[in-house]
Design a protein around this ligand. Structure first.
Ligand SMILES: Nc1ncnc2c1ncn2[C@@H]1O[C@H](COP(=O)(O)OP(=O)(O)OP(=O)(O)O)[C@@H](O)[C@H]1O
Length: 352
């Protein structure tokens, strides 16, 4: 667990809705601690409670119970005026950008500054700077309808930064964008984190987005936080099935296994099918060579993926081990003794 004095501390949060006689427990007893400088990802399928949870951070959504502490202030205890002031410290961007279509790009970024004490000239200087940061210096006079989705999201980011927030919340901000634009927007968020030191909370249902910029990850299912950890531990050693499923969508091993089971390959495979996950120094080839040298068993590699996450190697390998039964068993025991995760996979079709 990370230290418990983070810039955002949600403690024992419950959010219950009552709708047409039905009770919906959107968030159930969730506690999270986000440290200053984190890019904290919340991942889960639609309806898991992600949006509801992050809206609690700035009290756009009041929790039914629980405590919300941001920058050492208990937000639930603040007067309406003080809450408005605290909220300026938390910028937010959304899937559908929420821009004002009747205002230019400049006007949209200016909007949150209307209550500030800045002079008109100071405001202009600030807006010009923000538009430069998001790469839209030449679009100040354009209207949202004249912009691409990625450009609209850049305007929304500039607007969210207008009050110099220390925290930026991104609620599915890349879900309406194509993959290339998604990467560009995530890159921009990553550089805001590194260069301006902004703490970012992003919610998404895409593991690739998490992988690109987050250092910490929380997984939500049915209103509950089911797993939380560093990006590396979530990728290299996922504990819960849903977390494994999300990791698999990103490493593609899930679809490779489906293909092996669904195609004729499964009938031609002999030996025992092993999935290996590791973080750090082990690399695929030496492991295979080592198995042959020590036990004279052959590893027929069916899939292998190595990535660099936060300057660390995260690898996954799928192979069929063949050889003398006893030696194969010894080889598997040897793998288990290494600093790697070993999982034997059944070759039978899984009922879905
Ligand atoms: N204002 C509301 N009134 C009633 N029910 C709500 C309200 N807001 C959310 N819910 C319900 O709470 C549950 C969690 O919704 P939420 O939007 O937080 O999920 P999510 O994980 O963000 O999903 P998505 O990715 O689709 O936005 C859902 O069952 C949703 O229908």
């Amino acid at each position: 667990m990370a230290e418990q004095n983070g810039i955002i501390q949600l403690k024992d949060i419950d959010v219950t809705f009552h709708n047409e006689g039905k009770t919906i427990e959107a968030v159930k007893d969730v506690s999270i601690n986000v440290n200053k400088g984190d890019v904290f990802g919340v991942i889960g399928y639609s309806g898991a409670g992600k949006s509801t949870l992050v809206r609690v951070i700035n009290l756009l959504q009041k929790p039914t119970s629980g405590t919300v502490i941001v920058n050492n202030q208990n937000l639930t205890k603040l007067s309406a005026k003080d809450l408005r002031k605290s909220r300026r410290n938390i910028g937010m961007i959304f899937q559908h950008f929420n821009l004002m279509n009747s205002l230019t790009v400049y006007g949209n970024v200016d909007f949150p500054l209307r209550d500030s004490n800045l002079s008109k000239a100071e405001r202009k200087q600030k807006i010009d700077k923000l538009l430069k940061i998001v790469g839209l210096a030449d679009k100040a006079k354009n209207y949202p309808s004249q912009l691409s989705g990625g450009q609209k999201q850049r305007v929304a980011i500039a607007r969210a930064l207008a009050n110099d927030p220390e925290i930026l919340i991104s609620d599915e901000a890349t879900s309406a964008l194509d993959p290339k634009t998604t990467t560009e927007i995530l890159d921009l968020l990553g550089s805001l984190n590194k260069e301006l030191g902004i703490t970012i909370v992003i919610i998404t249902h895409e593991m690739d987005a998490i992988k690109q910029i987050c250092n910490r990850v929380a997984v939500m299912e049915s209103g509950q936080l089911i797993e939380e950890g560093s990006l590396l531990s979530i990728f290299g050693n996922p504990k819960k099935q849903l977390t494994k499923d999300f990791v698999n969508t990103s490493t593609h091993i899930g679809s490779v296994l489906d293909e092996i089971r669904d195609s004729g390959i499964v009938n031609k495979l002999s030996g025992r099918l092993i999935e290996l996950n590791y973080i750090g120094d082990s690399t695929n080839e030496p492991i295979v060579v080592e198995l042959y040298k020590r036990f004279e068993v052959e590893a027929n590699i069916l899939f292998s993926n190595i990535e660099r996450l936060q300057n660390t190697t995260v690898g996954i390998m799928l192979f069929a081990l063949t050889g003398d039964d006893k030696k194969v068993e010894e080889a598997i025991q040897y793998l288990n003794s290494l600093n790697v995760n070993v999982k034997e996979i059944s070759l039978k079709k899984e009922g879905k």
